[in-house]
Design a protein around this ligand. Structure first.
Ligand code: DAH
Length: 341
């Protein structure tokens, strides 16, 4: 009997020590002190003992019951207090970084990327970067560029006129070449990336605002060869090609003579695709030798100096480079589109 008492006590101590919640302690109490609990059952067997045995084991059993009650009570109180303390501590010391959703990070707009790339390429060739006003005068947008009043070439540009007569939203960045010549003496080399505006019906490839990049080079002994080499060097760098064929066709622009359309070999295919309209050539780089009238309007003597100019669609090149097939996406502010860059 004494051994049974000892075993029960050992078992009880172990179980109580391992109990982790008040509920587990309660289960232990039921298992030992409940109606059918082992200690209760043992106590109920007392009556069957002899007087002698009652004398010796009786106090032991009572002691066991008291010990059990004490241990259980103590553990229960400890766990209840401990849980409250732990909860209080958790509130004080909560970890601010846990469970944070990924922070939204900003990034550059595709336009900014392409402008920066283009600027880098021309800066590496010794060009300056120029800026000019978006609201211009008739003189800078047309007159100085050898497009007089009533000249049919004005039809090429569907112009937004402002309420102030003679003022307009520039239809091309060629305006900046006049301003640059007026402010400098040759040799002159610079590009002017910027926004341009035309009264266009908007569709996947036309918008009423888009970006162009004008380029101008003026010095003594400048030839068409310099223009072609510049176009090829620039396009190779932009499209990251070691070799890139270009093709030259005549083109008419009143501010250059002769004028050209420079095409590059399609960078997406070898035999024809939808981008090059099955021709393997993409029209990208209009330019020519600056017309003597334009040099004069810029204050430069055309008998001493010559120059070449070009003005490519920066939006168009950006769309080609990044595979964007709808111009409307660029100013849409759509995050699904922008987040790809
Ligand atoms: N300004 C012309 C346009 O918007 C593009 C252009 C063509 C610019 C030839 C030039 C050039 O400087 O030489 O259509």
């Amino acid at each position: 009997m004494q051994t049974t008492i000892k075993n029960i006590e050992t078992d009880l101590r172990n179980q109580v020590a391992q109990a982790a919640t008040p509920k587990e302690v309660e289960d232990i109490r039921v298992a030992f002190l409940g109606k059918k609990g082992s200690i209760t059952v043992l106590l109920s067997q007392m009556k069957d003992l002899s007087l002698e045995e009652k004398k010796t084991t009786g106090p032991l059993m009572q002691a066991l019951r008291q010990t059990a009650e004490g241990l259980i009570e103590e553990r229960k109180n400890y766990l209840i207090n401990h849980a409250a303390q732990a909860a209080a501590l958790k509130e004080q010391l909560f970890d601010v970084t846990v469970g944070l959703s990924k922070a939204q990070q900003g990034h550059l707009h595709p336009y900014t990327h392409i402008v920066e790339e283009i600027q880098q390429i021309f800066l590496s060739m010794g060009y300056e970067i120029w800026d000019g006003p978006e609201v211009e005068t008739d003189f800078y947008n047309f007159g100085a560029l050898n497009i007089p009043q009533d000249h049919p070439a004005r039809d090429m540009y569907d112009t937004f006129w402002t309420d102030t007569p003679g003022n307009l939203l520039r239809t091309h960045t060629s305006t900046v070449q006049i301003r640059a010549m007026q402010e400098r003496k040759p040799p002159i080399a610079g590009i002017a990336p910027g926004r341009t505006f035309r009264h266009e019906a908007v569709d996947a490839s036309h918008d009423y605002q888009f970006m162009q990049c004008e380029g101008l080079f003026v010095d003594k002994h400048v030839t068409i060869g310099h223009l072609f080499a510049t176009a090829q060097t620039f396009l190779k760098a932009l499209f990251e090609k070691d070799t890139l064929d270009i093709r030259i066709r005549p083109g008419f622009f009143p501010f250059v003579e002769p004028g050209f359309e420079i095409d590059m070999r399609c960078v997406f295919c070898k035999t024809g695709c939808s981008v090059c309209k099955q021709s393997t050539w993409i029209e990208v780089f209009p330019g020519g030798m600056v017309h003597p009238n334009v040099l004069k309007a810029g204050g430069i003597d055309p008998t001493k100096y010559a120059g070449f100019a070009f003005g490519f669609g920066l939006t168009r090149l950006g769309m080609l480079k990044y595979g964007i097939d709808d111009i409307r996406l660029l100013y849409s502010g759509k995050l699904k589109f922008l987040e790809q860059f």
